[in-house]
Design a protein around this ligand. Structure first.
Ligand SMILES: NC(=O)c1ccc[n+]([C@@H]2O[C@H](COP(=O)([O-])OP(=O)(O)OC[C@H]3O[C@@H](n4cnc5c(N)ncnc54)[C@H](O)[C@@H]3O)[C@@H](O)[C@H]2O)c1
Length: 318
């Protein structure tokens, strides 16, 4: 099968590309390197089944490109307002790629009669008033707050995707991805677990926002990739919206302590500043639907996943 991966040079997209290549699919990786890196795909470039196209997906794809399936993973994803790669630093790009970019890729899927998967996010639930979050929950999102450039753009991306499924007959799928981690996360995008490891490795203070009692659940990237593939290709998934993530929940402080212990670091854990505006206080996926429809649930333990990420970051060179 010929599969187009928008955002294929990013963290999740590069793992997805590698996995699908192993299954002998032909991959067209489309990326403009806004937040991704050539380094993530350099081991794939020699593969005859792999084509890279440097392109901004908010613009129409070249006429000669065709595909049987489209994964739309293109978007900044880091919420850390101290990072130049976060959606706070790239607000217009984030809004456009999840709206205009989604529309362009849906038009392409319609023309090619291709299956389509939109990488949405748990952020569509905002700072949730229901816990854990089921797919039916409509969320608690500010339309104008600082996180809205991401949250609302993703919500509109879902609206576009659902419309193309309902009214134009495109075989659409929506993944609501919860926090994912693993190798190929860039140190500069400063996502929580990466920041903890980088500071821990240097024995510098590990910064924790707020009082650290806010919770997160982390899914290892190999599990996420398996979930995305099943959601795209399993029977009975057309038009479905499915949460993909871990249901193992810990406080942010517990993650900092776990990292420190695994590293044997002398870092001090420091409660730095108040919680960013609209930062979710509780975050855990209800994955009942994924278990039923996809026979999917995460298999990689937190210790195993963190050890792999630590090894990657120890060796990381720009
Ligand atoms: N990683 C997570 O924890 C997480 C959680 C929820 C949702 N998601 C979603 O999953 C997807 C992948 O996330 P990620 O963590 O791999 O992020 P990432 O930033 O590592 O990857 C995104 C890729 O998209 C590319 N891109 C951005 N704008 C583009 C454009 N206009 N045209 C072409 N390419 C463009 C970037 O260069 C990058 O390579 C994103 O849509 C993100 O919102 C990720």
């Amino acid at each position: 099968m010929k599969i187009l991966i928008a955002g294929g040079a990013g963290f999740i997209g590069s793992h997805l590309s590698a996995h699908l290549l192993k299954d002998n699919h032909e991959i067209i990786c489309v990326d403009n390197f806004l937040t991704g890196s050539k380094k993530n795909i350099e081991n794939l470039l020699d593969n005859k089944l792999f084509t890279f196209l440097q392109h901004d997906v908010t613009k129409p794809l070249p006429q000669n490109i065709t595909a049987d399936a489209v994964f739309h993973l293109a978007s900044p994803a880091s919420p850390n307002h101290h990072s130049r790669l976060s959606y706070h630093a790239l607000p217009v790009e984030t809004m456009m790629v999840n709206t205009l970019g989604t529309l362009e890729l849906l038009k392409f899927a319609e023309k090619n009669r291709a299956k389509f998967l939109f990488a949405s996010t748990s952020e569509v639930y905002g700072d949730p008033l229901e816990h854990p979050q089921r797919e039916e929950y409509r969320g608690n999102v500010s339309t104008t707050g600082p996180r809205s450039v991401y949250d609302e753009a993703k919500r509109f991306g879902e609206t576009l995707t659902a419309y193309y499924g309902r009214d134009k007959g495109v075989d659409v799928h929506i993944a609501r991805i919860f926090n994912t981690y693993g190798p190929h996360m860039l140190p500069e995008d400063k996502r929580m677990i990466v920041s903890f490891i980088i500071e821990g490795l240097l024995n510098k203070p590990i910064p924790v926002f707020g009082d650290g009692t806010q919770t997160r659940s982390l899914c290892y990237v190999d599990d996420m990739v398996e979930g995305l593939i099943r959601l795209m290709f399993y029977p009975g998934t057309k038009g479905q919206i499915i949460n993909l993530g871990s249901s193992e929940e810990h406080t942010v402080l517990e993650y900092a302590e776990k990292v420190k212990k695994l590293l044997g670091s002398t870092s001090e854990i420091v409660l730095t500043e108040k919680l960013p505006t609209d930062d979710p206080k509780q975050r855990r996926a209800d994955i009942t639907k994924a278990k039923q429809l996809l026979k999917w649930e995460p298999t990689v333990s937190l210790d195993e996943g963190l050890s792999k990420l630590i090894t990657y970051l120890k060796e990381f060179k720009t």
